[in-house]
Design a protein. Structure first.
Length: 337
């Protein structure tokens, strides 16, 4: 909540100082006051309905079972926890997107040349994206890695719903959601410090041979939005969303992996997240969204997000003991801390 207040104030102050508009970052999918409640209702139903059907064993008795599930799982305390957490998350997310859109007006310098040079040094005179194209090809690999990149966009909000709405582990849920929020704050800070476009825009010739994928359409749309915003931010509802350093795709994936290890989630979940992280690193470089150095910056950012969030939520940066019971939302704050 403190992060939400701080970043919202920063957004409006910066908009006033630089004479820039504050936009709804997802206006293309409808107003936030419509789609956010829809998401909440969907999360509620997916939490209650399967449990009610399983408990009733008979669809005709499901309504009564659903009332029992709601009484057990949806106490006033949990409703407050979920609503406050999701509201704070959305304020941080919307502020993050607006601040990201302000970057070209605040710091006009681009660091793509420097980032490209560092990548070339790390890869002994080679550029990592063309190198990956040579190793993996430019056909099937492009489609698969495009799927991985898009899947990340769905995974992040889904994981927040799990942490705040479905889970009853208050300590883990608040820690995880705060860590993601810290990632966004640290990420936008790096965008202002090291503005960059990424190889897909600074070196488009490297990616000309890749098969056309949904990521291609996304990249074109993002550049179109950037042009509209730079021409006149007051004549468009778009926000500028292009920034390379550091990679939040990698950073938030690292946060997921570290949190999964610290909370001792099921082994299958942990393996899946680490594999997904590795594929995400490859995808972001292969598709040109990020330099290899951006991925390293994302790793540092993701770990820092978990550590800072642990301090802010009263958790310790160590693995949960084997067999430890999760703390419910109804526990005393001192016990949660």
């Amino acid at each position: 909540m403190w992060l939400a207040v701080a970043i919202a104030v920063t957004t409006f102050v910066m908009a006033w100082v630089y004479d820039l508009p504050v936009r709804d970052p997802d206006s293309a999918v409808g107003p936030a006051y419509i789609w956010v409640p829809v998401v909440l209702v969907a999360a509620f139903l997916t939490d209650v309905v399967p449990r009610a059907l399983w408990r009733a064993r008979n669809p005709l008795r499901a309504f009564g079972a659903a009332r029992e599930v709601v009484r057990e799982r949806w106490t006033i305390t949990h409703v407050k926890f979920a609503l406050i957490g999701l509201a704070a998350w959305y304020v941080i997310y919307a502020s993050f997107r607006n601040l990201k859109s302000f970057v070209p007006f605040v710091n006009r310098h681009l660091w793509d040349g420097v980032l490209e040079d560092v990548d070339r040094v790390m890869f002994f005179g080679h550029d990592p994206a063309p190198l990956l194209h040579d190793w993996l090809g430019t056909g099937a690999a492009a489609h698969f890695l495009s799927f991985i990149y898009i899947a990340w966009i769905v995974m992040v909000p889904a994981s927040l719903v799990v942490a705040l709405v479905w889970s009853r582990d208050a300590r883990a849920g608040s820690w995880y959601v705060t860590a993601i929020a810290v990632d966004w704050v640290l990420g936008v800070a790096t965008y202002f410090a090291v503005p960059s476009l990424g190889p897909i825009y600074s070196r488009p010739e490297w990616f000309a041979d890749l098969d056309r994928t949904p990521v291609t359409v996304l990249a074109e749309g993002m550049m179109d939005d950037r042009h509209q915003v730079l021409v006149n931010p007051f004549t468009t509802d778009a926000v500028q969303t292009i920034a390379a350093f550091a990679s939040l795709h990698v950073g938030i994936s690292v946060t997921m992996c570290v949190m999964a290890e610290l909370l001792r989630l099921h082994r299958g979940v942990r393996v899946f997240l680490w594999v997904f992280l590795a594929l995400t690193v490859v995808a972001t470089v292969y598709l040109g969204w990020h330099y290899a150095l951006d991925a390293i910056g994302g790793v540092v950012l993701g770990v820092a997000g978990v550590w800072i969030a642990a301090k802010g939520t009263g958790n310790q940066m160590r693995r949960r003991p084997v067999g430890a019971q999760p703390l419910a939302i109804s526990e005393e704050p001192s016990r949660v801390a």
